[in-house]
Ligand binder design. Structure first.
Ligand SMILES: [Zn+2]
Length: 257
């Protein structure tokens, strides 16, 4: 079978057998792809440190007969994104990005725009001082690219402006105003401020989105709405938010109140 070449980012890795590694990539040409890197855990492996999480590289692989796994031939580093791995908060936000890609995309479903978004997000995580904003920007864009954009301009029930305390109906794909939302149920309540900010952020260019001024409370509310949306799309609780919460708690303990 032929040798294939594509740009890729390492989004998952685990040990396999005695010395091998099972690596999941998000690639530009093939979408999500998993492969075996033979001997990658040996001390003098030819892969060196190339197969670390977040590393962007040029991937050369062979197709195999075995359950869709490819054989990783070479992975030459283009950009290692080391700073994303080195700080707890960056690592946590970056892990959220990788989890979204790992769980919201199908194997071998190429989406070049999503690959571009991933690389832009890693660059932002490396460069901007607020990793949470980079992750928020990623989630906002990824949900759109994957075709799950929520309708936020009017109430899905009556068509009127959603008002100041709308509820989010993920299943229906948008907002319900106070009058149309059922009095009980598990719809997420949202502030009018957060709805307005979300709508504004969605139309901004990437750099503006990273730099936009949003109050801490509204940013946190938007982040939790996006997280709830992703959790709903995944169909089960995401792993990263708990990791982030634990990381923040341990940082608080380490540095004092
Ligand atoms: Zn309504």
């Amino acid at each position: 079978m032929g040798l294939q070449r594509t740009q890729a980012v390492v989004i998952g890795r685990r040990p396999l057998g005695e010395a091998d590694r099972l690596v999941t990539f998000y690639t530009r040409e093939f979408g999500r792809l998993s492969g075996v890197a033979k001997g990658a855990r040996r001390p003098r492996s030819r892969f060196g440190s190339a197969l670390e999480l977040f590393t962007q590289g040029q991937l050369l692989f062979f197709e195999t007969e075995r359950s869709g796994l490819v054989r990783v031939d070479h992975f030459d580093i283009l950009h290692p994104f080391v700073p994303v791995r080195e700080q707890l908060e960056h690592l946590g936000q970056g892990s959220w990005v990788l989890e979204c890609l790992g769980r919201l995309t199908a194997e071998r479903d190429p989406q070049a725009a999503l690959y571009g978004l991933l690389v832009r997000t890693l660059r932002a995580l490396e460069e901007i001082p607020r990793p949470a904003r980079a992750a928020l920007a990623f989630t906002l864009r990824a949900v759109d690219l994957l075709g799950h954009r929520l309708r936020l301009d009017r109430c899905l029930g009556c068509g009127k402006p959603p008002g100041d305390a709308p509820r989010l109906d993920f299943a229906a794909g948008g907002l319900l105003c106070g009058g149309c939302a059922p009095p009980v149920g598990d719809l997420l309540q949202l502030s009018g401020q957060a709805v307005r900010a979300l709508r504004q952020l969605r139309v901004l260019g990437w750099e503006q989105l990273l730099a936009a001024s949003v109050s801490g409370a509204v940013e946190a509310e938007i982040a939790s709405v996006l997280e709830a949306h992703v959790v709903r799309l995944i169909g089960q609780p995401a792993r990263t938010p708990r990791f982030l919460a634990q990381a923040r708690r341990s940082l608080t303990r380490a540095t004092g109140p």
